[in-house]
Design a protein around this ligand. Structure first.
Ligand SMILES: Cc1cc2nc3c(=O)[nH]c(=O)nc-3n(C[C@H](O)[C@H](O)[C@H](O)COP(=O)(O)OP(=O)(O)OC[C@H]3O[C@@H](n4cnc5c(N)ncnc54)[C@H](O)[C@@H]3O)c2cc1C
Length: 371
């Protein structure tokens, strides 16, 4: 059998694309490497725009019922003690990826996509003109369109020799779940020299804590995440106050390195890239999942038009790339600047004081880093 679309990766972007395409009546195969449910490294903050996309996917009510915590305010602090507080432009949610991703995966399956977890794609060959072969350990699948939704960095990027791999990326990240404090309705971002830590509720009263830091901050801590995290608490009093009463509920930390905020390419050969596989916004913007869902919304109608013979390969490549650039390019750049400033104590302090003194500036930044 030849599928209309094979989607590589069952995270936010892949599940959303599979749902949109299955709803349009296409024969869709969704392949996910990991076996669900599984913990993933993420701030687990589902922005207002994520909630809107989930509504359009028809899955918002199920996510709220899964225990998502409503969040409508943000606090940003710096090592020097500056504080910015603001309402969010609507109600966001906190839900662990452990709960969220399987829910989206099952939703895509219910709407007609064939979905397999525990199935890694090893290679893809072919083109929009001739069709694709998608290879896993057990089987090779034929497809007319392939969507790459396999996240930040992986084996397939190396196989495709994608240019972004040539740049060494300095950032590392850690996350764990905690109990013991209550931060109802609020996401907090606390900066320390070389990085920052995000805190917000997920389901069942737990707190997700997610650190992102420059590799040299980790090296200065002897490469030990526990030491780096302990040092971050000595460098930001607001963060230390939170952790005074927090106990970790997960065994250890999930870790990630080589995090890229670069544009990676919306098409590679004839593979249409969505979500982080095309480019990820800096985590402090809390908009990566929204971009992943939105890029799937943008790619799906074009892929469907191509499969129906209404769009030539060149027009598919052009229209998706143009739409992606229009919607995300500036946002990504602004996110990179904000991130670069926030990990530098003097810049972070001046910036947070400025937005504290001129709240409309802070609200503008919140709006400008999202759709
Ligand atoms: C430190 C940090 C904190 C963040 N915090 C937030 C936040 O609070 N809010 C927010 O909105 N965004 C946040 N983000 C960004 C967000 O996590 C991503 O933008 C989002 O997960 C992108 O979704 P995706 O579907 O593109 O990729 P992913 O969610 O990474 O999904 C990709 C999937 O592909 C699978 N896969 C990989 N290779 C293969 C293969 N060969 N075959 C089959 N499957 C494969 C993976 O197992 C994975 O399930 C954060 C990012 C980082 C680094």
């Amino acid at each position: 059998m030849t599928y209309d679309a094979v989607i590589i990766g069952g995270g936010l972007a892949g599940c959303a694309a599979a749902t949109h395409l299955a709803r349009r009546g296409l024969a869709v195969l969704l392949l996910e490497k990991q076996r669900y449910p599984v913990h993933k490294l993420c701030g687990e903050f589902l922005s207002v725009e994520v909630a809107a996309s989930l509504e359009r996917l028809g899955v918002l009510a199920a996510i709220q019922a899964a225990g998502a915590h409503p969040i409508d305010a943000v606090t940003v602090t710096t090592a020097g003690g500056a504080v910015f507080e603001s309402a969010l432009p609507g109600t966001a949610l906190g839900l662990s990826r452990y709960r969220l991703d399987p829910l989206l995966f099952d939703h895509a399956r219910r709407l007609g996509a064939e979905a397999h977890d525990g199935t890694a794609v090893r290679a893809v060959t072919g083109s929009l003109d001739d069709g694709f072969a998608v290879e896993t350990a057990e089987e090779t699948f034929a497809a007319r369109v392939v969507l790459g939704a396999y996240g930040k960095r992986g084996l397939l990027d190396r196989k495709l020799d994608r240019p972004f791999l040539k740049k060494k990326e300095p950032y590392v990240a850690f996350k764990a779940h905690y109990e013991g404090v209550s931060i109802p309705g609020r996401i907090e971002l606390h900066a320390f020299p070389g990085g920052y830590c995000g805190l917000s509720h997920v389901e069942d009263g737990r707190i997700n804590a997610c650190w992102i830091a420059h590799g040299r901050t980790l090296r200065a801590a002897g490469g030990d995440a526990d030491v780096m995290i302990a040092q971050s608490l000595t460098q930001n009093a607001a963060l230390a106050r939170r952790f005074a009463a927090m106990r970790r509920t997960t065994d250890g930390f999930l870790a990630l390195s080589q995090i890229s905020f670069d544009l990676k390419g919306r098409f590679d050969g004839d593979l249409c890239m969505i979500g982080d596989t095309a480019g990820m916004i800096a985590p402090m913007c809390g908009d990566g999942m929204a971009m992943a869902l939105r890029s799937a919304e943008m790619a799906a109608p074009l892929a469907a038009a191509f499969c129906a013979g209404h769009l030539a390969p060149e027009a598919f490549r052009h229209d998706y790339t143009a739409a992606w650039n229009r919607e995300f390019r500036l946002r990504l750049r602004l996110g990179r600047w904000m991130h670069a400033g926030y990990v530098r104590p003097a810049v972070a302090h001046a910036g947070v004081r400025a937005v504290g003194a001129v709240p409309p500036l802070g609200r503008w930044l919140i709006r400008a880093t999202r759709g």
